[in-house]
Design a binder for this molecule. Structure first.
Ligand code: NAD
Length: 243
């Protein structure tokens, strides 16, 4: 069993889906976990239910708010060991139908939001010269996907945030990795038709879609000392799905 006793962790977008499962996995391993959500009261409720130390309201597109919150968590707990930049959105549209507002919202949340979070995490971790950061990329960021051009572009950027930050922060004892989930059953993919879900499961060698816990356990591994020599990686958690 992974031991994260004594570690202080922050998970953005931790109120549901992969984020909430990650909170649960980190709490189970003994970490003190703070989760954030866009809505403060939802975050507080989720934190209480998941055994997290606190639930705080945060919009990751607000760079100043991210910086203030991360600094505050590190100050309150004396340090920050683990940050999971999980918050993200997905709006599908065929190329000709993509709205400019959707481009801005997706890039603001997925790319800028992840960057703000990684930057603030690095600043907090640099003081102790130790830490582990995981960002949420996607299988479509690695391979592309029809109807998901904007989302795929944003997730390719997220993967490269991990690769670049890992190169910059390694000598300071900070590891940065990404997970690239396949199709995971959460609110994000709830709009997929039963046929689309069956088709994706059919193209997955393991024969099923993923669960939030499938991803959370890999994130828990990546932030633990078991992954002490792993950095700059984009690890697929996709059941072998071929796109
Ligand atoms: P979800 O929609 O269930 O949860 C996303 C979370 O992010 C929510 O808590 C939401 O409130 C939060 N969020 C969104 N915008 C935010 C903002 N501006 N500020 C703060 N929080 C914000 O989705 P999920 O499936 O759990 O996805 C979690 C992450 O995993 C996302 O980055 C997503 O792109 C990625 N991912 C998911 C899948 C999948 O199949 N579900 C696959 C690959 C990658």
């Amino acid at each position: 069993m992974t031991d994260l006793a004594g570690r202080v962790a922050l998970v953005t977008g931790g109120t549901r889906g992969i984020g909430l499962a990650t909170v649960g996995a980190l709490v189970e391993a003994g970490a003190t976990v703070v989760l954030t959500g866009r809505d403060e009261s939802t975050a507080k409720e989720a934190a209480a239910a998941a055994g997290a130390a606190a639930g705080l309201g945060l919009d990751v597109t607000d760079a100043k708010a991210v910086s203030t919150l991360v600094r505050g968590v590190a100050k309150e707990h004396g340090k920050l060991d683990v940050v999971v930049a999980n918050a993200g959105i997905m709006e599908d549209a065929l190329l000709g139908m993509i709205r400019a507002e959707s481009v801005s919202a997706t890039l603001d949340t997925n790319v800028a939001g992840t960057l703000h979070t990684v930057q603030a995490a690095a600043r907090a971790m640099l003081r102790k010269k130790t830490g582990a950061i995981v960002v949420l990329a996607s299988i479509v960021g690695e391979h592309g996907s029809a109807g998901q051009t904007v989302y795929a572009a944003s997730k390719a950027a997220v993967a490269n945030i991990a690769r670049s930050a890992a190169k910059e922060l390694g000598r300071s004892g900070i590891r940065v990795n990404a997970v690239a989930p396949g199709v995971i059953e959460t609110d994000l993919t709830a709009g997929l038709s039963d046929e689309a879900k069956a088709e994706n499961a059919g193209r997955t060698p393991l024969g099923r879609l993923g669960t939030p816990e499938d991803v959370a356990k890999v994130i828990r591994f990546l932030v633990s000392d078991d992954a002490a020599y792993v950095t700059g990686q984009v690890l697929g958690v996709d059941g072998g799905l071929v796109l």
